[in-house]
Design a protein around this ligand. Sequence first.
Ligand code: 5GP
Length: 126
Amino acid sequence: MPIDATAPYDDQNIFAKILRDEIPSKKVYENEFALAFHDINPQAPIHILVIPKGRYVSWDDFTTTADDAEIAGFIRAVGHVAREQGLPAPGYRLLANIGGHGHQEVPHLHIHIFGGRQMREMIPRS
Ligand code: 5GP
């Protein structure tokens, strides 16, 4: 069920619990501002989620209210993980779903990193 990306941050969302180590995740990288872990339901041979450590529902409030260090730390983490996974040479895909039309399901900002196979069209046409 897609979320309302304009709703207040919910501290009980699943990624907040992963950040607090209340539920397990297969972590691949962490820096001061970001955590990366394998998606529980991978849609490609490599499917990693990168999340900011701060309380941000979506790309919208992150880019409005996060400070420059958080934004840089988060974006650099995405690039670092992709390089660590060997993805720049074969290529890969980044995706962020935002709110209802974006079909965002978890109300904590996350970037999907997909790799390890040929991607097809960007989104279904209908
Ligand atoms: P969204 O549709 O919000 O962009 O993507 C949410 C993603 O989170 C989905 O790909 C889903 O498989 C993943 N996910 C949901 N719950 C969990 C969880 O408990 N652990 C992990 N590692 N991934 C999860």
